[in-house]
Design a protein around this ligand. Sequence first.
Ligand code: 5CA
Ligand code: ZN
Length: 412
Amino acid sequence: MDAWTGHDVPTLPGKSAPPALFDSARREIARTTAGPTASMYVCGITPYDATHLGHAATMITFDLVQRLWRDAGIDVRYVQNVTDIDDPLLERATRDGEDWVVLAMRETALFREDMEALRIIPPAHYVGAVESIPRIAAHVRELVAAGAAYQLGDGTGDVYFAIEAAPAFGYESHLSREDMLRLSAERGGDPERPGKRDPLDPLLWRGARDGEPAWDGGDLGPGRPGWHIECATIALGLLGSTIDVQGGGNDLLYPHHECSAAHAERLTGEAPFAAHYVHAGMIGLDGEKMSKSKGNLVFVSRLRGDGVDPMAVRLGLMTGHYRSDRQWTDDVLKAGEQRLARWREAAVAPTGPSGDGLLAALREALGNDLDTPAALALVDAWAESALAGGGTDPAAPALMAQAVDALLGIRL
Ligand code: 5CA
Ligand code: ZN
């Protein structure tokens, strides 16, 4: 499907080193690829409701990765999916008496608008689950043929992945079996379902049910794809067997990313699926994770409708470090608005402290696991100094604006 429209990203003088990022599997910060290309797969939305600030924060995180790679002269191959068929989408459509296709298309269209407003560089490939079904079904059949998957013997036609076929299972999330069982139940799995070889085995193919959409699965029979195989198939098809970054929020670490990696590694025989598994923290409201199921949402489109500058929203979401779970409050937004106004004033100051110095410091801060709090503080200090008449570099204000645009995605 179509992604959204991009915008020009200024080219800065010199170049940075590829960023170092925290990898959940190795549990350390490590330098990403040396180039000349880098590949990234990010788990996108399930379009049954509007884009909230949690989605936005995660998309901004991986937008920063893309910006830093580009600044390092690396050619970026970026793929993002849309889970345009899954239980939550069907449940919402049924609840509201709406056609699930119409619901998915409407919310995906709104997501595109929100991404554009937040100046997120679009992925090269924006891919839906539905359009990928023939490839997903082929992968499921391959896993069955290889003995890594099995059909449940209860007549439903449901097919499960056997985690015993993935000896390294658990290397990404490092969870105890008890935690895996709990999270699997909380996050779309079915550990209690009778007939599975292991309660943790994830669904690959759901046989057709009355009243649910279904597609041809060949030998699998009609049905629809499981969630984790969707992302494994889309990533493998467009990016190949070892990608540089697999990204998403930390709510996806287990079971989603652990299972996607296990599927992909079993299909290709190559491991690890991703050199870096990168997870963004959860944005919360009133002390709870912002989530569609809890309903405690602040929508990007709502803020835009209220006349809030999307750049202030972006700055607000970058105020904390991407890996920390953090709260969205009115004060976070207010601080974002004030900061934006101050930076805009400073960008048209006649002179400022060294622009080259600021650029080098920004590259270093962001290259260190996307340290946006440090980066924002650097620009704040530069702006205060420029506005106080400090510094004699007449080119600095323009360079500051360009650097903030290219590296942080903030258009002044
Ligand atoms: N379609 C699947 C991924 S394949 C999915 O998780 N969809 S989602 O709509 O629930 O989330 C879309 C993206 O936003 C995912 O990367 C998810 O991890 C992230 N996300 C969801 N809620 C939050 C939140 N409160 N804070 C930060 N990121 C979030
Ligand atoms: Zn995914």
